[in-house]
Design a protein around this ligand. Structure first.
Ligand SMILES: [Zn+2]
Length: 84
């Protein structure tokens, strides 16, 4: 992936996290945040490249199916999402 695409991915990640309030939906912590799909859609997106995943996360956000969880809360959930 090119540098420009990587910068875009980073910007989009920051933007999406800001839209989600930059805090864990569960405990309110603001560090080690990871995207979490509320109603799991399977793990197919884990195998995809960032640009595809960000589009996926953005679509989930629109459908109100995306939240932020801190590492601790995310580990408690069965389905994991990688940190960016
Ligand atoms: Zn938490």
């Amino acid at each position: 992936m090119g540098l420009r695409q990587r910068n875009w991915a980073r910007r989009e990640t920051i933007r999406l996290k800001a839209l989600l309030g930059n805090a864990c939906a569960h405990c309110g912590i603001t560090s080690n945040l990871q995207f979490d799909i509320i109603e799991s859609m399977g793990d197919a997106h884990h195998r995809c490249e960032w640009s595809w995943r960000i589009s996926f996360y953005r679509a989930q956000l629109v459908m109100k199916n995306l939240q932020l969880l801190c590492e601790t809360c995310n580990k408690r959930k069965a389905d994991h999402d990688d940190p960016f």
